[in-house]
Design a protein around this ligand. Sequence first.
Ligand code: KIV
Length: 262
Amino acid sequence: MNVFDFRKMKKAREKITMLTCYDYWSAQILSETQIEMLLVGDSSAMVMHGFESTLNADLIMLQYHVAAVKRGAPKKFIVTDLPFLSYRKSISENMGAVEILMKAGANAVKLEGIQGNESLVEHIVKSGVPVMGHLGLTPQFVHQLGGYKVQGRSLDEAKLIEKDALLLQDLGAFSLVLECVPEKLATHLSALLEIPTIGIGAGSGTDGQVLVLHDMLGLQKNVQMQFVRRFLDGHQLIAEAVQKYIVEVKEKTFPSALETFY
Ligand code: KIV
């Protein structure tokens, strides 16, 4: 898969599928599926490291996750987030961050918002690095947004998101994540833009969908967002398997003769 394939899929009205992926073993599993894009998101700070928000993701954290995912799924198209503030510094520091993540194995970088990042996006794209935009609910702005809320409900907000989306496309972004926006707005933007839109909490009118892997696998017991469907009760299944192991060790039925060297 490459950036042209995603455009072709949009034209053919074939939905693009994307999931987050942060480590080697899950990358190996996803590499055996038909998933088209993997996202090494800054949500790894929350999901993998237990932080309260994505603001704790940093370059080293994402570099390690990208490299592990690349080893597990070398043929998949890997997008990674530029972590909080890593692209709000000098141009040489910003490009240093891009370089580290691309050399770790990413195929593209994603950044949140566009206001104030216009020349950077252009520079990254002109340097040969595909850029994915991210508008709507942008979690790196959580303190400015006053929490994790649906964005673009008012006409003024929707118009601003539309303006930013068109700007990202003009600056050369190859795709755009729309997070937590009303379906009507996401559907409108998907029809307006030539680049594919990938929705999360944005209804069914986007060109593709992305979810956090751990959410859709039900691995986090107390996390349940309205826009997430649990395709598995992973937490329960893993807890049951571990409990079974404990019982069998205690009962001395594990290891058996078959699992023993003589
Ligand atoms: O980091 C992440 O998981 C994301 C998705 C919510 C799109 O950016």
